[in-house]
Design a protein around this ligand. Structure first.
Ligand SMILES: Cc1cc2ncn([C@H]3O[C@H](COP(=O)(O)O)[C@@H](O)[C@H]3O)c2cc1C
Ligand SMILES: O=C(O)c1cccnc1
Length: 343
């Protein structure tokens, strides 16, 4: 396969993963040294202290700064929607993209609340990916180009990236990806998504089983899993998470669906998600299983199951608070506050 202006072959993507740098230990040490002299009992801000350190380590700068936080929402449509796996029609994907543009979605309100930028990228919504129960979702060129699109989408634009998605039927897609990457039965990975009833849940499990059977024998490489089972929004999120690492941008991953893009990278390289935090445990039942499979712990569990980057946008407010605290607080010396008693 040749590299085009907009795309790259899978080999090029794999070589980018090899180029990922590890954590910036100098930034970590600088943050810890400052944290130790801020006017608070040592360790008293718990995970907020970890978050400030995490931002610095992956921005490779101390103190960390969040001046241009961005929520990137990728939207795609899925052939498998025809199998009756969602409680809503596929037309909702395009309609919600318009709702995002008009400012009417939940994620818009979270972006206003936390002063975050929002960019929505719709990926060929008129051309759903192949129905994974009986064909590949994408060919290699299309999948690689979509990963490249996701990489471009965030280029130079942010210092804290929240990853979200919109795509009716994509909890089925995510379930299939998890099952292929991490094993287990289809039923282990299927939940009610937008709220399917028992019959809908059964159709969903059937669809994932059929997909796993149809692609059986061809799912040992993570990028093949993505190409055969994934949607365009999942591929674009893979690219965005990868590009963020190469550009020193920490990433907040949203819920069940966004985490499936992270899972593809995790399967390629266990260190590929070190610059990511997981915002929340989605109420989509298998999300905690997916987080466990990746060995990560989400920030909070609010019983949310929306997608569209909502959990990540909410978490961004916490991360911004952590960074503001670290940068803005006075030291014991500056504030003339006595340090720990020497007894
Ligand atoms: C109005 C509306 C707004 C949404 N915002 C995110 N999703 C979420 O629901 C979809 C996945 O669930 P399923 O696999 O059951 O279709 C995705 O589009 C996801 O982002 C929405 C769904 C609806 C209906
Ligand atoms: O957690 C998610 O990403 C999710 C859950 C239900 C529906 N759509 C997305």
């Amino acid at each position: 396969m040749t590299t085009s202006a907009t795309g790259m072959p899978f080999d090029d993507i794999l070589s980018l993963i090899d180029q990922m740098a590890g954590p910036d230990e100098d930034a970590r040490a600088t943050v810890r040294a400052r944290d130790a002299v801020l006017t608070k009992p040592a360790g008293s801000l718990g995970r907020l202290e970890d978050l400030a350190e995490w931002v610095a380590v992956w921005q490779r700068q101390a103190p960390p700064k969040v001046l241009r936080p961005l929520v990137a929402v990728f939207a795609g449509n899925h052939g498998v929607a025809n199998q009756g796996v969602s409680a809503y029609p596929a037309s909702v994907t395009q309609q919600m993209v318009e709702n995002f543009a008009a400012g009417g979605a939940a994620v818009n309100q979270l972006c206003i609340t936390n002063d975050l930028g929002l960019k929505v990228f719709d990926l060929a919504l008129d051309f759903p990916t192949g129905d994974i129960t009986r064909e590949d979702a994408m060919d290699e060129m299309s999948c690689a180009r979509t990963i490249a699109f996701g990489m471009e989408a965030i280029a130079g634009g942010t210092d804290l990236l929240c990853i979200g998605e919109m795509g009716i039927a994509n909890t089925t897609i995510a379930a299939a990806i998890y099952a292929a990457l991490f094993g287990g039965d289809a039923a282990d990975w299927c939940g009610r998504g937008t709220g399917v009833d028992d019959e809908g849940l059964k159709r969903k499990v059937d669809a994932v089983e059929k997909a796993l059977a149809f692609h059986d024998g061809n799912l040992d490489k993570p990028l093949e899993v993505l190409r055969r089972l994934g949607g365009r929004e999942i591929a674009a999120m893979v690219g965005a998470i990868l590009a963020a690492r190469l550009q020193n941008i920490p990433v907040i991953v949203d819920g069940f669906v966004a985490s499936s893009a992270a899972a593809v990278l995790y399967a390629l390289d266990k260190a590929a998600l070190d610059h990511c935090i997981f915002a929340h445990v989605s109420a989509e039942s298998a999300h905690s299983r997916a987080l466990d499979a990746m060995g990560v712990k989400a920030l909070f569990d609010f019983g949310m199951r929306l997608g569209e980057g909502s959990g990540a946008a909410l978490a961004a407010g916490i991360v911004k608070a952590a960074v503001q605290i670290h940068e803005g607080m006075a030291t014991f010396e500056q504030a003339s506050v006595d340090g720990p008693a020497e007894n």
